[in-house]
Write a protein that binds this ligand. Sequence first.
Ligand code: SF4
Length: 313
Amino acid sequence: MSEHRASDPLAAAASCALCPRRCGVNRLAGETGFCQAGAVPRLFRYGPHLGEEPPISGTQGSGTLFFSHCTLRCIYCQNHPWSQGGQGEDIEVTELTARMRQLAEQGCHNWNLVSPTPWLPWIREAARPLIQAGIRLPFVYNTSGFELPETLSAHADLLDIALVDLRYARSETAREASACDTYVEVARACVQWLWAHLGPLEVDAAGTARRGVICRLLVLPGRADEAVDSLNWLAAHVGVGVHISVMSQYTPVYQALGKPGWGRPVTAAEYGRVTEAFEKLGFENGWVQEYGAEAPHDLLGCDMPAGAGAVGR
Ligand code: SF4
């Protein structure tokens, strides 16, 4: 995929290869690929997010745009009504511009693009008039890690800060939980690409993120060993200076409910193994979520209403 092709909305929609699925479908002609995304951006919710990592949420919130449709199908996805169920509102690029402007006017610290991959060329078109008018917030690229390096390269102007997951260390788990055989190698290559291009997290005088990588590690039930493997891999291939967000908040929802091995929270012992490895390996930066901490109810995506509004207050 050439840079020109990836940056032209019509070309991208006419033969979609924005993510590693490379479906090749003509989204303009009504065809849909794995993610089911169409030819018009679909947005479920937008607003200031107070529940992200501290340098991302800052004091005013992260200007979050929850895009519909996703390139993975995680059985435990908290955002499944719109990531897999397709809920959301179809909006023209001009309307997306207006919503991004609104987030900037509300004082949000950044534009936080949640699962943006199927919509990248449209997001660029939406941001263009704002940037031309001197309105430019840092872009947070909020991704599962299932990305093509060539798509990242072609949209590097939408990448200032990366919030990137490293979900699995075993292909069998990725296949079972996210319908994705290639996740481990693809996501690891994605983290390396992001680290090479963005580097360590940089914050301003107020502690708000300006640039760099945060890697998220959601500990999964019965799979603490995979999270430890991911930490080992990060230490060896990225370095212990990278900011890591270790998360205990796995909640069995959606298809994980009642599924053997997935239908329960992570135990304190499992979580302890991961936090111990984080410390032993000498990671210097990041956040370790408290085990069993009560998250604000509206942080659970499937309980979140559509439309405009703050998250995590
Ligand atoms: S973005 Fe969607 S349609 Fe395009 S290649 Fe990926 S899964 Fe297929």
